[in-house]
Design a protein around this ligand. Structure first.
Ligand code: SAM
Length: 346
């Protein structure tokens, strides 16, 4: 099994069979080796630096009805909110003081945020904080819309592909959403010039190792600047309420494989990982991650942006606890840096 890890580290890919063997015959020794090698690769590129992003959850209104997501349109129990442009700017001001140099504006697909409103917000953020990067994670929009937001100053866009297999995509989404559209958006974003992030949930209902192999090969082909993966976690008011959560070790293993496959990738240790296990975020770093995204949303709305049950909203997750996070990272030999943390160019 170690030879597969060595080959992945050297050649940055495996064939379908190689990935499938790694995933289906994974044992503790292979897992440990993969994580150690991923950490070495990450250190060669990023040293001990861990980048932080301030996450601003701007709206939990969503026109979509993804079966897994707690803010899906048909969840009538969700208490809806949207932040005004002034509130978003205030979050960035707080974040800047705390040392954040990237702001991630994330939300459901909410038509209230027209191109006009978003371009004005992005320009305001860039005017006040010219040394900061703006990342958007607002779902599917047209090429023209992505272009306008980019021209306004947005630097990066996160849009997980969710699953690269058509048949699995259909199990997770209603008919009005399509994998082809999702992939078109990712290609558009790349063409425009964004630093692009794709990704998927580990352990989403109906997912097999064969699906995960396709996800890895899709990522390899797309070669994104960022990859967001985290465990699927069930939400009580969704059709997947009774589905089991994704597995911690499998998520860590996949993070390590992604680091070996895409050495320079910006790889966050996600909130979902921190929700699944109290040390999840730390373990993510020890599997090759180099980014954490503490929450900068106003405290009054944090408990409303509930994609899944028990989402962490206090403690290390909160941006105000940045000192605690710094200490936790120092304990395992890393340091949080105050920088934009772009994808390395060379
Ligand atoms: N609406 C935007 C989009 O679709 O890209 C951004 C917001 S969406 C809520 C962000 C991500 O949350 C999704 O890409 C999905 O992978 C993740 N997510 C949603 N429900 C989840 C769940 N139950 N467990 C884990 N992750 C989940």
């Amino acid at each position: 099994m170690k030879e597969y890890i060595d080959r992945l580290r050297e050649e940055h890919t495996l064939d379908r069979e190689g990935f499938l063997t790694l995933l289906s015959r994974r044992d503790p020794a292979t897992q440990e080796y993969a994580m150690e090698e991923a950490v070495k690769v990450r250190r060669q590129i990023y040293g001990k630096d861990i980048y932080i992003r301030g996450l601003v959850e701007i709206t939990n209104y969503c026109k979509n009805n993804c079966y897994y997501c707690g803010i899906r349109r048909e969840n009538r129990k969700a208490s809806r909110y949207r932040l005004t442009p002034d509130q978003i700017l205030d979050c960035c001001r707080d974040g800047y003081q705390l040392g954040f140099r990237t702001f991630v504006l994330q939300g459901g697909e909410d038509g209230w945020y027209t191109d006009e409103i978003l371009t004005a917000v992005i320009k305001d953020i860039k005017r006040e904080f010219p040394d900061c990067a703006v990342t958007l994670s607002l779902g599917e929009r047209t090429f023209e819309s992505y272009q306008k937001l980019y021209d306004a100053g947005a630097d990066r866009y996160l849009l997980r592909h969710e699953t690269a297999t058509e048949e699995h995509y259909r199990k997770l989404h209603p008919q009005d959403l399509s994998l082809e559209d999702r992939k078109t958006c990712l290609r558009d974003l790349k063409e425009i010039g964004y630093q692009v992030g794709a990704g998927f949930m580990v352990g989403s209902p109906g997912q097999t190792y064969a699906h995960l192999v396709e996800d890895l090969l899709f990522l390899r082909g797309l070669s994104p600047h960022m990859v967001g993966i985290g465990p699927f976690l069930s939400h009580q008011d969704t059709p997947f309420a009774n589905e089991p959560n994704g597995d911690l070790d499998l998520t860590l293993f996949l993070l390590a494989l992604i680091r070996l496959m895409l050495p320079k990738v910006l790889l966050p240790s996600t909130t979902a990982l921190g929700t699944l296990h109290p040390d999840g975020r730390k373990l993510g770093i020890l599997a090759g991650c180099n980014v954490v995204m503490p929450n900068l949303s106003p405290s009054g709305v944090r408990e409303k942006y509930l994609l899944y049950d028990n989402k962490i909203a206090t403690g290390l997750e909160a941006a105000e606890s940045i000192d605690l996070l710094k200490r936790q990272m120092e304990e395992i030999g890393y340091r949080i840096v105050c920088a934009r943390g772009d994808y390395p160019v060379s």
